[in-house]
Design a protein around this ligand. Structure first.
Ligand code: SAH
Ligand code: SF4
Length: 398
């Protein structure tokens, strides 16, 4: 494990930058911002398009770079607006090439600065960026470390989009840098896919997630098509169909159990939206087809949900739903009340599912050494920082 940046000491609350960030605004929002500094109406659309391309196509971090915008307007823009991203607190690189960034958000009105994590997973045929949609999570799935965090707030569209910008900044994935480095220095691919599988339940932050996805998928900007963006939900049934119609990404469902009794324990939201209702919503997901399958995530917990009978029930539950099954070895965290199933058990489970005609890749855990694997996010950094803080404070208290 390599820690490249480490400024991980508690920051004193700082005043918010009085300048409004232009990141996360739709084109219409950019037009309104331009109106606010007196840009004449007939120029606004053209200027908004220029800003859009600089921000999302070229990754501009200052107005100074925007050479096709006159010097005077650039100065006015810089006086009124910023292009600041959240601050990178640490960047860790796993032995397997996975990178994890701990990001510190701009201060809330009370001056507190929250943190979220973003993970990049390079593979030979794809590069996946796993982004967060909330600080913490209001749900309390019993196998998920994020679910043990009490502090929760929604991320803004800007904070969601910024995770992609920061990853591209750090990987050097903007046109200027790409000319020199057509593939990433560590191997694998640059970002080809985005998954909303970091911290938080994306469907509880519907509007901001929708706005962020629209920006990330925009063909004149970051250009990651919606077929390459996957939203993972623990099963907020009323929002699933709406998400299909209004957000339009690929869908992943955190199923994890084949009976309501077990799922109630693992994913307490199941008491509100039981398995039958959840699967009905999946059947009705707009655009679902063999070419656009729904991914069902299934975490392998020893002695809880990993029997051959579970595998058979899973297959029969998913009958008539175009589905992929993603078996996830449980990633442990300190104090977790579960263990990962044995490898043999996972293989037997996968075999039953495969024989029934479902692709069921077992997700290789990535970045476990930097606590970047599924369900491990955030809390490690919290603990590390608490320890740091105590070390820092001890001499003062002595
Ligand atoms: N809240 C959303 C998205 C974030 S969780 C959801 O629940 O779908 C992303 C995936 O990681 C989910 O499938 C989740 O169930 C899984 N996960 C959570 N904790 C895990 C752990 N300790 N080991 C393996 N996978 C875990
Ligand atoms: Fe929240 Fe997803 Fe973790 Fe459940 S698995 S607590 S929904 S982040």
């Amino acid at each position: 494990m390599t820690v490249i940046l480490d400024t991980a000491h508690p920051a004193a609350p700082v005043d918010a930058d009085p300048r409004m960030s232009l990141i996360g605004l739709e084109r219409s929002g950019l037009g309104e911002a331009l109106a606010g500094i007196g840009v004449p109406e007939r120029q606004r659309r053209m200027r908004a398009n220029q800003l859009w391309r600089w921000i999302y196509n070229r990754g501009a971090t200052s107005f100074e770079e925007m050479t096709d915008i006159g010097r005077e307007l650039r100065a006015e823009l810089a006086a009124a607006f910023s292009l600041a991203r959240p601050e990178i607190v640490t960047e860790q690189i796993s032995t397997d090439g996975t990178r994890k960034w701990l990001l510190r958000l701009a201060p809330d009105v009370d001056g507190r600065r929250h943190e979220v994590e973003t993970v990049y997973i390079p593979e030979a045929d794809r590069g996946t960026l796993c982004i967060s949609s909330q600080v913490g999570c209001t749900l309390t799935c019993s196998f998920c470390h994020t679910g043990t965090q009490t502090l929760v707030r929604n991320l803004t569209a800007a904070e969601i989009v910024s995770q992609v910008l920061i990853a591209r900044d750090r990987l050097g994935e903007w046109p200027q840098a790409l000319a020199a480095n057509p593939s990433p220095p560590v191997g694998g691919r640059y970002i080809t896919n985005v998954v909303l599988m970091g911290m938080g339940e994306p469907l509880y932050n519907f509007d901001n997630v929708k706005a962020a996805v629209d920006i990330i998928a925009d063909g004149e900007g970051l250009s990651l098509s919606k077929r390459r963006i996957t939203l993972s939900t623990s099963g907020v049934v009323p929002e699933i169909v709406r998400a299909g119609a209004e957000i339009g990404t690929m869908l992943a469902i955190s199923l994890h159990a084949t009976t309501d009794e077990v799922r109630n324990r693992l994913v307490p939201l199941n008491k509100k939206y039981p398995i039958a209702e959840l699967l009905e919503a999946c059947r009705n997901y707009p655009g679902v087809s063999n070419a656009r399958r729904i991914t069902f995530e299934y975490v392998m917990l020893k002695g809880v949900n990993d029997s051959p009978a579970d595998a058979r029930r899973l297959v029969s539950l998913l009958k008539h739903i175009p589905a992929k099954i993603n078996l996830i070895p449980f990633n442990p965290w300190p104090g977790a009340p579960y263990e990962c199933s044995d490898w043999q058990t996972i293989e037997r489970f996968a075999e039953i599912v495969n024989k029934a005609g479902y692709a069921s890749p077992v997700r290789t855990p990535r970045g476990r050494d930097i606590m970047a694997a599924c369900g491990q996010l955030k809390s490690a950094s919290e603990r590390l920082r608490a320890r740091d803080r105590r070390t820092m404070e001890a001499p003062l208290g002595a």
